[in-house]
Ligand binder design. Structure first.
Ligand SMILES: Cc1cc2nc3c(=O)[nH]c(=O)nc-3n(C[C@H](O)[C@H](O)[C@H](O)COP(=O)(O)O)c2cc1C
Length: 200
């Protein structure tokens, strides 16, 4: 099984990165043949989408649509297509995913999806037929888990992209809330358990 972990944090070795590592350990626990590639979006050259719609209008039978922009997204989209499962992680900044995560997701949207019919004609549906799994990890500095539903738009967007572009069912998510006050230790075990659900 091939997993791809996408880190949308600006900081290496901090909350999201550490929780993703714990989830990777969980995914590997008691399992052989779990291959994991971890990508830090901060290390990648990911330009803004141009809204040229070349991808959306490309042959719907192609697994990966053409993108006119030459940057790291060509390799990243190929890796997304090949993967069987995903770990997505992002800090919640101003209630949403980070700007680098959003830029990445906009570039993924129509390259791995084609126009479908649900819920409306023209909405994206995954190009791949392969059913995949995903987990989502988000962290916030101040807002505690109790207030998540009003202050976390990141998880909903990631779930939507998983469904519409990656054909991935989100089997669980972790909101590591108020880490500035609570620290991350309390969330490490949860991240490990969440990772296990990807491979069980
Ligand atoms: C520009 C910016 C906006 C932020 N907005 C929020 C917010 O809306 N709610 C919150 O609880 N924390 C907010 N934070 C704190 C981050 O969520 C927190 O630092 C992050 O989860 C830590 O992730 P990291 O250690 O992986 O960088 C914000 C931080 C920055 C830099």
């Amino acid at each position: 099984m091939r997993l791809l972990a996408i880190v949308g944090s600006y900081r290496k070795g901090k909350t999201v990165d550490t929780l993703i590592d714990a989830a990777i350990k969980g995914a590997r626990a008691g399992r052989e043949n779990v291959e994991v590639e971890k990508i830090h979006l901060v290390d990648k050259n990911v330009k803004y989408c141009k809204n040229c719609m070349v991808c959306r209008e490309d042959d719907p039978n192609k697994p990966i649509a053409k993108c006119v922009i030459a940057d790291d997204m060509q390799t990243l989209c190929a890796a997304l297509d090949e993967a069987d499962g995903f770990i997505f992680g992002t800090p919640v900044n101003m209630g949403h995913e980070t700007a680098i995560m959003k830029t990445f997701l906009e570039r993924v949207c129509w390259v791995l999806a084609r126009p479908g019919n649900s819920p409306l004609k023209g909405c994206p549906e995954p190009r791949t037929e392969r059913k995949k799994k995903a987990i989502v990890i988000v962290s916030s500095g101040i807002i505690p888990p109790l207030l998540r539903r009003w202050c976390d738009e990141a998880t909903a967007l990631l779930k939507s992209v998983c469904k519409c572009s990656l054909n991935a069912k989100v089997v669980g998510s972790l909101y590591a809330g108020a880490v500035e006050r609570k620290g991350i230790d309390a969330y490490l075990r949860k991240a490990f358990k969440l990772g296990k659900t990807l491979t069980s």
